[in-house]
Ligand binder design. Structure first.
Ligand code: DOR
Ligand code: ZN
Length: 450
């Protein structure tokens, strides 16, 4: 049998092992893995030249921005950034305009995304006080997961009361989907924010003071409790606080189906870097904290307390990032282009094994969101979402070069070692050496019976 594609002479890396060999792909799926000389004949052969081959990464925390904020990002630009960055599946957040909070909005978003997408995608449904009875219909319409903003001052996605959350968790449990939670205590954030503003504070440190550690600790504890009570699967978004880690670990020990993510900016930056990182532009919710959190976050990533690396890709125009008052600065920054480069740089430093990175970037998110082993796995039968790495490539981070429309990054100028050289989506080359090699529309929604 002649297959569509063989990748030969690769260092095949999975969370469990690494070995030299080849991978055969037919009809978009992996059909054989083994010694290079045992691979079938193929219409196309890619010689990996001994470089590592990993599954395409998943990013379960991405703000694509359409509909409503096409001046910040589009599905075309976000998924281009993902493809270049070695990310073959993204899960899009619901704080768009209109927010994704009904079955019709889920279908509408998928219709906007599909013709543009360069990688596969899912969409989150938002959880609010007004749509608890709509959650099951949203799942049926193709929502891949739910998002709960427990710490939010965004009027598009207000924080629901605990009674609504309790009912929502029971509904979500029935769908079998997972609920990702922005776990901060809204009343604490509101009270402190008002107090700091009244005191005339407008500096970056005031934003950190607003987001007190206890606001995270309390909300993570409450989420774990409500998840245990209802049986709803939950995922703690963008964990940045060392004091929350023992609570996450304890919830797992109790058998609660709770997973957690952190993001490269919390692993690599602290407030001590604020000046170099662009001052007020470092604003992100939750904040980059004072020194002392990254060490425990790295430990948690290594020991599995933190399951997943996600970006919280949150692009904004440069003018929105450069405001005098911290309260006027749009929070967040782009991550899709550079997450893999940043993490491979830490692998090169010995902070993380490549195997553990593949677990946190590929297998663990695929498992958490019900996509494993179709996604996130180098196994026969899996989608041939594959990335060949160049571990030697050195380059400085340049926001101006991003595929994303968000160009302001607190990591500007940082020298990285290692990058995605080739990104394949279901066997088709979508990006090579930083350039897009496919046209939009190749990406598919994963949850709509494709
Ligand atoms: O920094 C953030 N940016 N945190 C959020 O929760 C939302 C996000 C955004 O949409 O810009
Ligand atoms: Zn986010």
């Amino acid at each position: 049998m002649t297959v569509d594609l063989v990748i030969r002479d690769a260092l095949i890396v999975t969370p469990q092992a690494r070995r030299h060999g080849g991978v055969a792909v037919d009809n978009g799926r992996i059909v054989a893995i083994g010694r290079t000389d045992a691979m079938p004949p193929a219409r196309r052969v890619i010689d990996a030249g001994g470089r590592p081959l990993i599954p395409g990464a998943l990013d379960v925390h991405v703000h694509v921005r359409e509909p409503g904020f096409s001046h910040k990002e589009t599905w075309a630009t976000a998924t281009a950034a993902a493809a270049v960055g070695g990310i073959t599946t993204v899960l899009d957040m619901p704080n768009t305009n209109p927010p994704t909070e009904t079955a019709a909005r889920v279908r509408e978003k998928i219709a906007i995304a599909a013709p543009q997408a360069l990688v596969d995608f899912g969409v989150y449904g938002n959880v609010g006080e007004g749509n608890v009875s709509e959650l099951r219909a949203m799942a049926e319409a193709g929502a891949s997961a739910f998002k709960l903003y427990l710490g939010s001052d965004n009027p598009l996605v207000p924080c629901p009361n605990d009674g609504a959350v309790l009912d929502a968790f029971a509904e979500i449990r029935a769908t079998g989907l997972r609920c990702t939670v922005h776990a901060e205590n809204t009343p604490i954030l509101r009270w402190r924010g008002d107090r700091l503003k009244a005191a005339g504070r407008h500096d970056l440190a005031a934003h950190l003071e607003q987001h007190a550690d206890i606001a995270a600790v309390e909300a993570v504890s409450r989420v774990a409790l409500l998840a245990e009570w209802t049986g709803c699967k939950v995922h703690i978004a963008h964990e940045n606080c060392r004091h929350a880690l023992p609570i996450i670990a304890r919830a797992k020990r109790r058998g609660i189906d709770l997973t957690a993510e952190t993001c490269p900016h919390y692993l690599l930056l602290s407030m001590a870097d604020a000046e170099r990182a662009g001052g007020n532009a470092l604003r992100v919710k939750p904040p980059v904290r004072e020194p002392g959190h990254a060490g425990p976050l790295w430990d948690a990533l290594r020991d599995g307390t933190i399951d997943v690396i996600a970006t919280d890709h949150a692009p904004h125009p440069a003018a929105e990032k450069r405001q005098q008052s911290i309260w006027d600065v749009s929070p967040g920054f782009p991550g899709l282009d550079i997450s893999m480069r940043l993490m491979l740089t830490e692998v090169a430093r010995g902070r993380l094994t490549l195997e553990r990175y593949v677990m946190a970037a590929c297998e663990a998110p695929a498992r958490a969101f019900g996509l494993y082993p179709r996604k996130g796995a180098l196994l026969v039968g899996a989608d041939a979402d594959l990335v060949i790495l160049d571990l030697e490539r050195r380059a400085p981070i340049r926001g101006a070069d991003f595929g994303s429309m968000g160009k302001v990054t607190p990591l500007e100028g940082l020298e990285t070692v290692g990058a995605a050289a080739l990104t394949l989506l279901r066997g088709t080359l979508v990006a090579e050496d930083g350039r897009i090699a496919a046209t939009g529309g190749i990406g598919r929604p994963w949850n709509t019976g494709r």
